[in-house]
Design a protein around this ligand. Structure first.
Ligand SMILES: NC(=O)c1ccc[n+]([C@@H]2O[C@H](COP(=O)([O-])OP(=O)(O)OC[C@H]3O[C@@H](n4cnc5c(N)ncnc54)[C@H](OP(=O)(O)O)[C@@H]3O)[C@@H](O)[C@H]2O)c1
Length: 173
């Protein structure tokens, strides 16, 4: 199973403000996110990210219907709602479930805590970062502090919007 982490960050690596607002990130990043999700066939994200996105307008989640999507939570009773998401209680279980469904690649979509969990278990194969031309003084970083070092090999650099650069890396094992 190939796992690609896809995230949008400020130029200083913040994925949201401390209160979870992402007002400094352009809406076009969501379209880039959807493009990648469709190409991989499924997404995995953390319980906090799921609850955040569920609170948005439904038009954001509707395009993900038809993909194989999972929310990771330690809570065995967690209900993902009716947006077509399944659940898993660990990164390994998420990959096992998606693999059993026939997927050979998926997109890891945050947030910081789940990214760090996948990194610690050495489950990330590639990283795609959309870097927005903005610096915010405080926020939630790309990886929670309990992550580990990841060595990356730069594959591509592309200007995907006037103020957004996309960096594509493979993880060096
Ligand atoms: N800019 C971007 O591209 C982007 C993308 C995604 C998210 N975000 C932002 O990131 C923020 C949320 O990130 P976050 O770090 O606070 O939370 P998160 O990573 O989305 O979710 C954390 C939760 O995932 C579950 N989890 C994590 N590791 C696990 C493991 N090894 N086993 C089982 N469950 C595990 C736990 O759920 P339980 O507590 O239920 O056990 C944990 O509390 C939001 O503000 C969101 O907007 C930004």
């Amino acid at each position: 199973m190939r796992v690609t982490l896809f995230m949008t960050t400020s130029a200083n690596g913040m994925i949201s403000r401390p209160d979870q607002r992402e007002d400094f990130l352009s809406p076009s990043n969501w379209d880039a996110f959807l493009d990648h999700a469709r190409r991989t066939g499924g997404i995995v994200w953390g319980r906090r990210t799921h609850e955040k996105v569920r609170a948005w307008n439904r038009k954001y989640l509707d395009p993900l219907r038809g993909l194989r999507n999972l929310v990771v939570s330690t809570d065995t009773g967690f209900q993902a709602g009716d947006e077509g998401f399944g659940t898993a209680t660990s990164p390994a279980e998420a990959l096992w479930r998606l693999s059993a469904d026939g997927l050979d690649q998926i997109m890891l979509a945050g947030g910081a805590l789940l990214n760090a969990s996948f990194a610690r278990e050495r489950l990330i194969d590639a990283v795609v970062l959309n870097l927005e031309g903005v610096i915010v003084p405080q926020g939630i970083p790309l990886f929670a502090p309990d992550g580990i070092d990841l060595s990356l090999a730069l594959q591509e650099v592309e200007r995907v919007a006037p103020n957004i650069v996309q960096l594509r890396f493979d993880v060096v094992r």
